[in-house]
Design a protein around this ligand. Sequence first.
Ligand code: ZN
Length: 279
Amino acid sequence: VGKQSRRKWLRRANSRCIFCEEPSVTKEHIWSEWMHPILVVTPEDEAVEFLKVHESKADRLGRLRVRNRQGSTAKKTVRVVCGTCNPGWMNDLEKEVRPVLEPLLLGVPVSLLTAGREVVARWITLKLIVGEHAQLGIAVVTQADRSAFMHERRIPDAVKIWIGQIDSPKWKHGWQRHAATLAWPGEAPPKPFRKNVQTTVFGAGKLLVFAMVSYLADYKGGVAETFAHVMPRLWPLSADRWPPERMVTEQEADRFAAYLDQVLRQRNVGWRPQPPEEA
Ligand SMILES: [Zn+2]
């Protein structure tokens, strides 16, 4: 497949709804309108890191090549969802989550019951899936899992979520995503070659989210259990208490955001710099 036709294919693929696969996508803000006043955007909020991708090619010395994008989610728009899904089931989910989500965005200490946890986890999953399509060709969640999410609101098995509270200008609508291709030593990377692990840290008002999406079998990563009093696990459901004992510090949030970088530096993790030669 030549470069030209690959580009054309990517453009075509990108113009279909990531959920129902119908053509004709519309431009949408990442955050719904009711959230905008809570997230209050000022000009100096613009310089928030948006994306960090571990490129599928290493540099000459085999070091990780990392791509950075600047941006804030407050004004971020994406064109990946159609005019049926967005005002339909996606809007239903937004309406369902609002009463539970609003106190979390405002930092009001409320208890979070199982039903509330589930709906917040579903809303976060929706944001993760839409957010990972802000750039072409680096999405981790599979089409099968996106379809199951649309039809049954099924959160993919690959998704794990932790949440905390934070009071930080940097993180109130900051978004940082890391994506990479990981394989266990001696095992082949996914075929066709694609990104199979991503971590996302995003802030929305006083809510801080750390999410891991991993299609690498038996990979158990994420926020350590010793952190459960600050950053309790939301999904899969846990008995971790909410509200947390204290707020997450900005420094801790930055460390969560750098999580995948640290994983890639570990010796027992095989990071594949590029697709292997076809046999
Ligand atoms: Zn659709």
